[in-house]
Design a protein around this ligand. Structure first.
Ligand code: HEC
Ligand code: HEC
Ligand code: HEC
Ligand code: HEC
Ligand code: HEC
Length: 487
């Protein structure tokens, strides 16, 4: 009996089917692996067309590898208006002084009475600084550049000129690079603004927030590096920054270093905290962030009150032209205010709301068009909150309207106190007797300005903001009572 041909035998057929199935499975798996690998690659890089290193300042170079992020980054030049945000053309005066003339009275004797505008997108930061009357009509220092330019390379180059060891080729996290950065920062802070600004060309750039080797987030601004280390050194609880508490438990032999110690989620706020913070930046000492006692409004005030300039005088920004008070000027304390809110406590970062994920086909990227979250509520808020868009917007505006009413009451109180102090001074009441009222003025105006300079109109921490304004009104009216008692 002849056997059936080899390939027709049932056992062989079965084997063949199994082989084919196995090969097909392998092929499908291989394809899947390649697709998902490509998906991950797409997440990280598109294609490495350009080699990026610590010298690549120009964002257009980075844009060759990451065109989507670069496109969005460039769109920070688009203007928009929300009820309390942005700097769009309709609806809102660009000048904050024109929008609220009480500010001119509050800032009398200071450069802010000359020119104070709505903030706008990152694309404008260097231009707006170069052209403000606060710079063109008043002498300023190179310290201003800390937050208005990409200066990682400029600082290191200057540091090398000043004698710091090593070269620009060394990694940012090397000890040499750190020495270069800090030496250059100190030196540039002392220059005139006009000399210093020649050393930079770009607004905040990729290099300032990303490690060119692997695109990981990092902080590069010396003020933040020192400020956050000082905060870690304080005993102040930081439930929203768990890595600081962990560092303290570990004994903290080396200074806290965000690039080594912080989590990715923390860095998603810290990169913004490099600039959106209260700071001192004047001719008397190197720029610093006043966080040694904590991030609350009265802790910063207390640090300033204890701080002595080299001439022995206690800290102040300027003497009010009418009231004579040594005033503290507050600047955009977004990081500090966010720190006091429920979102920070819940682990929600600046980037979660201001750089939400956008899906482009199979790819999920972070929106580098940094702007108001109200421009894209579905991506910024509805990932966590299940209420309709209009409701989320209303919730923000309710908080902002309430804050605005309280803030206006505080402004009225302090403008009235300034008028009373001026009248008393003109009536010949000696400075020494006005001192208690002037101290109350200092406290009241510091709190009002802290909220006015903060750019969310209360949203980042509604109750904390209301508390600060209540104290401001109280100190302002107490000041008036104090002046009245003198007559
Ligand atoms: C839970 C979401 C959320 C988080 C977290 C958050 N913000 Fe905001 N932020 C907002 C909202 C809402 C506004 C108000 C926007 C408006 O009025 O158009 C705002 C306003 C701002 C503005 C003014 C925007 C404009 O258009 O004028 C700045 C600047 C800002 N935030 C910076 C920060 C920084 C820095 C952090 C982190 C330290 C942060 N925000 C954290 C939601 C958030
Ligand atoms: C290098 C400093 C720096 C860093 C880092 C930085 N900002 Fe800004 N930001 C600025 C300056 C300066 C402006 C105002 C520019 C102007 O008005 O010319 C600004 C403006 C803004 C605005 C207003 C935008 C508009 O169109 O009105 C928002 C919102 C904002 N920043 C959020 C953030 C967030 C969120 C981060 C972190 C992801 C961040 N910024 C990181 C300096 C910085
Ligand atoms: C610690 C970071 C930091 C430093 C230092 C800094 N700025 Fe800014 N600046 C910002 C941020 C953040 C904004 C956007 C938020 C805002 O406008 O409140 C801004 C906004 C501005 C604007 C646009 C809005 C306005 O106020 O008219 C000008 C102009 C400006 N800064 C000038 C200066 C000058 C001049 C100096 C030096 C005296 C300086 N900045 C130092 C962070 C900084
Ligand atoms: C003010 C800080 C800041 C600047 C400036 C900045 N980025 Fe980012 N970038 C971020 C943050 C925050 C993330 C989110 C990172 C995370 O969650 O790990 C991010 C993520 C990324 C990613 C990872 C994929 C993604 O989209 O989430 C790439 C790639 C990237 N950025 C490219 C760029 C390029 C290119 C530039 C310059 C044109 C740039 N970034 C400028 C803050 C910044
Ligand atoms: C990553 C998640 C996340 C995102 C994004 C987010 N939130 Fe929240 N939000 C929370 C959490 C968590 C709370 C605390 C309450 C809770 O646990 O449910 C909260 C609380 C709030 C509250 C109550 C605030 C208070 O002080 O009691 C408001 C209002 C709010 N969110 C609005 C917004 C808006 C508007 C946006 C977008 C700009 C936004 N949230 C984005 C998670 C988020």
């Amino acid at each position: 009996m002849s056997q059936p041909p080899f390939l027709s035998r049932p056992s062989v057929r079965l084997g063949l089917v199994a082989c084919a199935a196995a090969i097909a499975t392998i092929l499908v798996l291989a394809l899947y692996a390649s697709v998902s690998k490509r998906k991950t690659e797409a997440l990280q890089t598109s294609f490495r067309l350009v080699n990026l290193d610590e010298k690549t300042v120009d964002p257009a170079q980075w844009g060759k590898n990451f065109p989507r992020q670069f496109d969005a980054y460039q769109r920070t030049n688009e203007r928009y208006t929300t009820k309390f945000g942005g700097a769009g053309s309709e609806g809102m005066a660009k000048s904050r002084l024109e929008a609220d003339p009480r500010l001119v009275t509050l800032f009398e004797g200071y450069a802010f009475a000359l020119d104070f505008n709505q903030r706008q997108g990152h694309a404008y930061m260097l231009l707006d600084q170069r052209t403000t009357k606060r710079v063109t009509q008043r002498p300023q220092t190179g310290a201003c550049l800390h937050c208005h330019a990409s200066n990682t390379v400029a600082y290191r180059e200057e540091g090398i000129k000043q004698g710091a060891p090593g070269s620009l080729d060394e990694a940012f996290d090397s000890p040499h690079a750190r020495q270069q950065l800090m030496a250059g920062f100190e030196s540039i802070c002392k220059m005139s603004y006009q000399d210093a600004t020649k050393l930079v060309q770009h607004p905040v750039a990729c290099l300032d927030c990303h490690d060119p080797r692997n695109m990981q987030l990092r902080v590069t601004k010396p003020g933040f590096i020192r400020g956050i280390a000082a905060l870690a050194q304080s005993g102040e609880p930081t439930p929203h920054l768990p890595s600081i508490e962990k560092w303290r438990k570990g004994g903290g032999k080396e200074a806290y270093d965000a690039n080594r110690d912080a989590s990715r989620q923390e860095l998603r706020s810290m990169v913004c905290g490099q600039c959106h913070v209260e700071y001192y930046c004047g001719p008397k000492t190197t720029l610093f962030f006043p966080w040694n006692k904590g991030l609350k409004v009265e802790q910063i005030e207390s640090y300033y009150n204890d701080y002595k300039f080299s001439d022995g005088h206690r800290f102040y920004d300027w003497k009010h032209a009418k009231a004579g008070t040594e005033i503290l000027k507050a600047q955009h304390p977004e990081f500090e205010t966010w720190s006091q809110g429920i979102h920070a406590r819940s682990g929600v970062s600046c980037a979660d709301c201001h750089m939400p994920y956008v899906r482009e086909g199979a790819i999920k990227i972070s929106d580098h068009q940094v702007r108001s979250p109200l421009m894209d509520i579905s991506r910024s808020c509805q990932t966590c909150h299940r209420f309709p868009e209009a409701e989320m917007k209303a919730r923000v505006e309710i908080i902002q309207d309430r804050t605005h009413i309280l803030m206006s009451a505080a402004e009225d109180a302090i403008v009235a106190l300034i008028r009373d102090l001026d009248t008393a001074r003109k009536a010949g009441i000696p400075e020494a007797r006005l001192q208690p009222a002037m101290e109350l003025h200092r406290k009241a105006q510091w709190r009002l300005d802290y909220v006015n300079a903060e750019n969310s109109m209360g949203f980042h921490a509604p109750q904390e903001t209301a508390r600060i304004l209540a104290e401001s009104i109280d100190y302002g009216r107490q000041g008036q009572l104090s002046v009245k008692g003198l007559k």
